[in-house]
Design a protein around this ligand. Structure first.
Ligand code: GLN
Length: 285
């Protein structure tokens, strides 16, 4: 029999694979015992039952193979809610919270208005749900090509409490021309073999990470197709790689957007871009 304090000692086994071995161990142990980290720390002498011990060891072994904690727990925090996640969907990152904040700032003058918003490559539904939660007057559509991802997003939709739908499609496939007030996407933007990719990402869906030889294929496609679906003057908001700002801006300019503005992430890297469809252009042009 081992105690919680003994179990926490095993965090040393994660030192090689994790930047946060104690936190990971607390989260896994708390998950097994169904208590939060505060309760866990308050009771270091609590003894684990045989079943709890077995489950804890199994999770620790999986973490040692770099399986992300979010997949082991089956959930990840995003903005002010917890999403279900599994290996069919990307684990939401803090950068993507900034993308939501940029969308909210962009729409600040449109609270309570019946806007139409699309989230392309919605994955777990993180962005779409955050926007739908913010204003029930907004009608949010999340699109994804992966049926497995859509199944997760649809289960997460209970978190939205607003006007939210999900549907199957590749980027803007099937969207009516000139019909959206805002389009947002955290597309795949990593080049295969990129040495900067964290090893834990090997567990995430490649389709959500990699895009063409240079990582920019999805962004180019979205730039081309989203313009047609936006209302004149409507904004497109994208997340991108820290070294892609120039190329993303070029693609957006070539596709006919204007007012192209970049934003940095918490680490000070270029990460987000906002551009607008030209106010004068007509749907379909
Ligand atoms: N930010 C992620 C990473 O580098 C990539 C996410 C994405 O491609 N959209 O791990």
């Amino acid at each position: 029999m081992i105690t919680c304090a003994d179990a926490m000692e095993l965090s040393r086994e994660l030192r090689e694979v994790s930047d946060s071995p104690r936190l990971d161990t607390e989260l896994l142990l708390g998950h097994v015992l169904q208590i939060d980290r505060g309760a866990l720390r308050a009771r270091p002498e609590r003894v684990l039952g045989a079943q709890e011990q077995g489950e804890f060891h199994r999770l620790l072994e999986r973490r040692k193979r770099r399986e992300p904690v979010a997949y082991l727990l089956g959930s990840a925090g995003f903005m002010d809610f917890d999403l279900e996640v599994n290996p069919a969907v990307l684990i939401p990152r803090p950068e993507t919270e900034l993308l939501v904040e940029l969308a909210l700032a962009t729409l600040a003058a449109h609270q309570g208005k019946p806007l139409r918003i699309a989230d392309l490559g919605t994955g777990s539904g993180a962005i779409a749900i955050a926007l739908a939660r913010h204003d029930p007057a907004w009608s949010v559509l999340g699109i994804d090509i992966s049926e497995d991802a859509l199944a997760v997003a649809r289960r997460n939709a209970v978190l939205a409490g607003g006007n939210l739908r999900f549907r199957s499609g590749s980027w803007c496939e099937g969207l009516a021309p000139g019909s959206f007030d805002l389009i947002v996407a955290n597309p795949p933007y990593v080049a295969p073999g990129d040495p900067a990719l964290h090893p834990d990402c090997a567990w995430e869906p490649p389709i959500a990470l990699f895009a063409g030889d240079d990582g920019l294929e999805a962004i180019r496609q979205i730039a081309t197709h989203a313009r047609r679906c936006l209302k004149p003057g409507g904004p497109l908001l994208l997340e991108h790689g820290f070294d892609q700002r120039g190329q993303v801006a070029e693609s957006l300019t070539a596709a006919g957007y204007r007012d192209i503005e970049g934003c940095k992430d918490h680490a000070g890297h270029d990460r987000l871009v906002r551009a607008r469809r030209s106010p004068a252009s007509r749907a379909g042009t």
